[in-house]
Design a protein around this ligand. Structure first.
Ligand SMILES: NC(=O)c1ccc[n+]([C@@H]2O[C@H](COP(=O)([O-])OP(=O)(O)OC[C@H]3O[C@@H](n4cnc5c(N)ncnc54)[C@H](O)[C@@H]3O)[C@@H](O)[C@H]2O)c1
Length: 362
């Protein structure tokens, strides 16, 4: 199996995590036929970020713009960790140049950008995935797998919160505060992750009713979004995404009510999940360990704990496994998340219940 030469477009918060994940994933025992992984190149216009990358990632070629990565025939796969408005153009160009892509979420600020990426992926036939990194949380991946196997019975309701405080007190938001660049505020930045977990558990969202604050207006992005969700499965959901929740740093909280079980998870305590099986009085705390998906690749000992950066390592391992196998990746799943985000945003604009229009990748 040929080694995979990976590049990262954008060396900000997410890009640096992806770049580090290449070496971390390469250092895992991924099986006898797993390809070698190399960070071949990265791009960012910020000279300080390139200088930091030159110190951290010896041997990687550094460029000032993502286009140099699309143009380099020696690169096999590109992570798109750019501001949201550049995802579709960069992702489509890399796919057209024959590269696999992993595109950060949300896929684009608007529906035409999402469609452009989906069509480029369908034409290219390369692995195209999205950065829904919390699907690689061992506790959540375990719950998703058990739910799919029917261990909890039908899911009736999910309560979803993704709250942080990076936007509290008028903190500068950079491109995130610019509607044309970001498309979404807290909804796309944080709510997208919570919705990705809900869809992995319950299947596609069929419709939504939502409120946003500040109310939708030209040029503004939401600090807070609250929404009622309906799933095609018949389950219901409540979503709250906030970037102004003082004291909250990474509260991705998911509560699941199902026929035969209830579960509660919060990423601020990422290495445990509370489970109540039918007949139990209250919840039992279950610590993460190698019996949960992904955990054993990183650590052999239960209860020692994985962190946020480990999720990027597991995501890199999964994406490169798909590339080596010629698998399509999970862009289809990401399109379901986009459909839900678009319905929530449209409902907040119009004040009416809004169906989620699913778009196929092909
Ligand atoms: N999966 C996650 O948990 C997670 C976490 C954070 C961010 N994200 C997503 O990752 C993306 C980036 O977010 P971030 O927090 O890293 O933002 P950021 O602002 O920290 O980084 C973006 C980087 O892109 C660079 N850039 C801008 N134009 C470029 C160009 N033409 N070529 C190359 N680089 C260019 C910027 O200089 C900047 O360094 C967003 O879509 C965001 O939603 C995902």
């Amino acid at each position: 199996m040929k080694d995979i030469r990976i590049a990262v477009a954008g060396l900000g918060f997410a890009g640096a995590l992806h770049a580090r994940a290449v070496a971390h994933a390469a250092g895992l025992d991924r099986g006898p036929h797993a390809p070698g992984l190399h960070l071949a190149a990265a791009a960012d216009p910020d000279p300080d970020r390139r200088a930091a990358a030159a110190r951290a990632f010896a041997g990687a070629q550094l460029h000032g713009d993502w286009r140099a990565l699309a143009d380099d025939p020696a690169i096999d796969a590109v992570v798109i960790a750019l501001p949201n408005d550049l995802h579709a153009e960069a992702g489509a160009a890399c796919l057209a140049a024959g590269k696999a892509v992993l595109v950060e979420k949300p896929l684009a600020p608007d529906a035409p950008g999402v469609r452009r990426l989906a069509q480029a992926a369908a034409r290219a036939g390369r692995t195209a995935s999205a950065g829904y990194v919390f699907r690689h949380s061992p506790a959540l991946a375990w719950a998703i797998g058990e739910a799919a196997a029917g261990a909890f019975g039908a899911i009736q309701h999910v309560a979803l919160t993704h709250a942080e405080d990076y936007g509290a007190g008028g903190a500068p938001l950079g491109w995130r505060g610019d509607a044309a660049r970001a498309g979404y505020g807290a909804l796309g930045d944080l709510g997208a992750h919570a919705v990705s977990i809900a869809i992995a558990l319950c299947g596609p969202v069929s419709g939504a009713a939502a409120l946003q604050s500040p109310p939708p207006a030209a040029g503004l992005t939401d600090d807070r979004t609250s929404a009622l969700l309906a799933f095609a499965s018949g389950a219901s959901g409540m979503l709250h995404a906030s970037r102004t929740a003082l004291g909250r740093k990474m509260r991705l909280a998911v509560e699941i009510s199902a026929e035969r079980a209830s579960l509660a998870f919060d990423h601020e305590r990422a290495n445990e999940i509370e489970v109540c099986m039918n007949g139990q009085a209250g919840f039992a705390r279950r610590l993460c360990g190698p019996d949960m998906p992904g955990y054993g690749l990183v650590l052999p000992a239960a209860g020692h704990g994985l962190g946020f950066a480990d999720l990027f390592t597991l995501q890199m391992a999964r994406w490169t496994r798909d590339i080596a196998a010629g698998a399509p990746g999970d862009l289809d799943f990401a399109l379901q998340v986009e459909a839900a985000l678009q319905a929530v945003r449209a409902s907040a604009r119009t004040g009416v219940w809004t169906p989620a229009l699913q778009e196929a990748a092909a």
